[in-house]
Structure formats: structure tokens, C-alpha cells
Design a protein around this ligand. Structure first.
Ligand code: UD2
Length: 316
């Protein structure tokens, strides 16, 4: 039993965690519903929802000064590399400034906080080609998104060292699963793919636009593995002041991924090829030994995770 604050808690990862935690804990969710949806959250008397932005100082001060939290998960962000290149100032306010403000509010009001977990990203590694990515690998943030995530992550971990606030960070690789919003062009590629397969199965014309030649590879990690990782990082003493890659340790190319889904659904998705996106990373795969050191085991290969996801969407 504990009290949790989850920012961005109506979004894909945040809502999955909120629903899981609200079975036994008190959970407060803050979300501006820019990408998240209220319907992602289950009806539960232990779960309350506040519509608002983490950049709203008055709101955040009110929430942080009127509750005593055991755990805070900060997921609120504009989770798009490409969008940050278009709108560096706006995304900086959300992806960086809100974090610093939250840290200061925690320093002031949350002396007993057991853990702040910050959601960082594999984007911090940039295009330095050595694989797999270890937490100590060379950092080469190439976009406003990556610079903000890295800076915020370092602030979060520094607050542990400087002020004794209990913090940890996770660097997400490519997370997928139910409730990921496919509506933005910057949405996760698997959510977009599933949307196209749905239309195809429903008999509509659908095609997928593939940016590049399909040989780019990603470490796609299923949401259930991610929840396991978040709970371990938040709960383990040894994770204090450290950052953790969250992935499976295996990568697959986009072309192979589409083949996996084609086979599972016995359908062929029409693919249109376009030139690769600016700033797109060719290959990305996590070294997960640090996370495994906390007891993490990835239970879902991309084949297994996709199957579960497709079943939950009634596609199989
Ligand atoms: C992921 C994260 C991002 C950041 C980054 C770090 C998601 C949604 N985004 O970006 O927040 O952490 O990793 O490296 O997890 N693609 C297509 N067609 C589409 C959409 C995407 O071909 O309609 C391609 C895209 O160009 C890329 C690959 O699919 O090569 C994966 O794209 P993504 O947006 O799912 O994820 P990524 O790795 O760019």
C-alpha cells in the first residue's frame, strides 16, 4: 500500500502502470490529454485524475504541497524526436523545464519520498554506432528531445547525490502494447502498424508508409516487461541515483517486424516506401545487464508480445 503520483498517467505507459498500481494503492494521475486518453484509465475509487499540464506551476505546487507521496513516476513529455525538431521551445518546456520544477517541488514538499522515477530515452545515445547500448556507452544526443531527456535525467540523478532525494531513471527503448495512441504521425511504429492492419481486416483500403528501406532495427519491448522494469527500479535500494536501459536485449528490422505480423494475421500489408526521416537512428538495441542485475527478465520476444497485443485487439 502506498501513494503514487503519475504524471502523463493517461498516456500509454503511464495509464498501464496506473491501472496496475490502483489495484492495491492510491494513485493520482496528472495528464493534459494531449496524447493520453481518460478512457485508458480504469474506474477505480483508488485512482483519481487531474486534467492539467506539468508545466502549470500553480497546479503542480498545489498537488505536491497537499499530498505526501511514496512514489512519483514522471512520464509527462512530448515523446517525439521529430516534433522536438519542429518545436524546440515548446518541447523543451515540457521535456525539461517541468522536470526541474518538479524536482524543486519535491525538494520543498516531499521529504519522505521513497522514489522519483524519471522516464528518459534511448535517444540519448544518438547515432554513435557501437551496439548494444550500455548505460555507460557514449552519449550523443542529437535532437532537442534527446538533449532535454539527457539533461533532465542528469538533473534527476544529481538531486539524489546533491540533496538526498531518492531518484532513478529509465531509458526506454521502443515500447509497444495496448493503448498506445496511433493518431500522431510521430506515434510508435507498432501502434501505427496495428491501426493499418485493423483497417485492412475490416475491409478498408490501408497502406503503411515506411520511412527508409526497412532495414533499420529496433529493440521493441512489450509493455508488460516495461511495467516489471519500472516496479523493480522503483523498489530496489541499489537503483538509487542510477539509470537503466529498458528493452529486451534483441532487435528486429522493420521489414522483419512486418513479416511477423503478416504471418500472424495471414494478411499482407501494402507498404509504400518513402525517404528516411531526418535524424532517424539506423540501429538500436539495449544491453539490459544492469536491469537484469535487479532481477529483471524479459518475458516477451517481439513475436510473443505482438501475439498478445493482436489478440487483445481482437485481430487474432
Ligand atoms: C523511439 C521513441 C522516441 C525516442 C527514440 C529514441 C517511440 C514512439 N518513440 O523513436 O520517443 O525515445 O525511440 O531513439 O517509441 N516509421 C515508419 N513509418 C511510420 C512510423 C515510423 O517507417 O509510420 C519508422 C521510423 O522512421 C523509425 C522506426 O519506424 O525508423 C521506428 O519509429 P518510432 O517512431 O516508432 O520510434 P523511434 O525509434 O524513432
Amino acid at each position: 500500500m502506498g501513494k503514487y503520483l503519475i504524471t502523463g498517467g493517461a498516456g500509454f505507459i503511464g495509464s498501464t502502470l496506473a491501472n496496475h498500481l490502483a489495484k492495491e494503492n492510491t494513485v493520482i494521475v496528472i495528464d493534459d490529454l494531449s496524447m493520453g486518453k481518460k478512457e485508458n484509465l480504469i474506474e477505480n475509487s483508488k485512482l483519481s485524475f487531474i486534467e492539467g499540464s506539468v508545466t502549470d506551476k500553480e497546479l503542480m505546487s498545489e498537488v505536491l504541497s497537499s499530498h505526501r507521496f511514496d512514489y512519483i513516476f514522471h512520464f509527462a513529455a512530448i515523446a517525439s524526436v521529430a516534433d522536438s525538431v519542429e518545436r524546440p521551445v515548446e518541447t523543451h518546456q515540457i521535456n525539461f523545464e517541468s522536470v526541474l520544477m518538479l524536482l524543486e517541488l519535491i525538494r520543498k514538499h516531499q521529504k519522505d519520498l521513497k522514489r522519483l522515477v524519471f522516464s528518459s530515452s534511448a535517444a540519448v545515445y544518438g547515432d554513435e554506432p557501437t551496439l548494444p547500448k550500455r548505460e555507460e556507452s557514449i552519449i550523443r544526443p542529437l535532437t532537442p528531445y534527446a538533449v532535454d531527456k539527457f539533461a533532465a535525467e542528469q538533473y534527476v540523478l544529481d538531486y539524489q547525490h546533491l540533496y538526498g532525494i531518492n531518484t532513478s531513471a529509465v531509458r526506454f527503448f521502443n515500447v509497444y502494447g495496448p493503448n498506445q495512441n496511433p493518431e500522431s504521425p510521430y506515434s510508435g511504429v507498432i501502434s501505427i502498424l496495428v491501426d493499418r492492419y485493423k483497417r485492412l481486416q475490416a475491409g478498408s483500403a490501408a497502406q503503411f508508409t515506411l520511412f527508409g528501406d526497412g532495414s533499420q532495427s529496433r529493440d521493441f519491448v512489450f509493455i508488460e516487461d516495461v511495467i516489471q522494469a519500472l516496479l523493480l527500479v522503483a523498489g530496489k535500494e541499489e537503483a538509487l541515483g542510477k539509470q537503466y536501459n529498458v528493452g529486451t536485449g534483441n532487435a528486429i528490422t522493420l521489414t522483419e517486424l512486418i513479416e511477423v505480423i503478416d504471418e500472424a494475421l495471414e494478411i499482407k500489408l501494402p507498404v509504400k516506401y518513402e525517404t528516411g526521416r531526418e535524424g532517424d537512428i539506423k540501429d538500436s538495441v539495449a544491453d539490459i545487464s544492469r536491469l537484469q542485475g535487479l532481477g529483471y527478465r524479459s518475458n516477451y520476444s517481439v513475436q510473443a508480445g505482438m501475439k498478445k497485443y493482436l489478440v487483445s485487439e481482437n485481430l487474432i
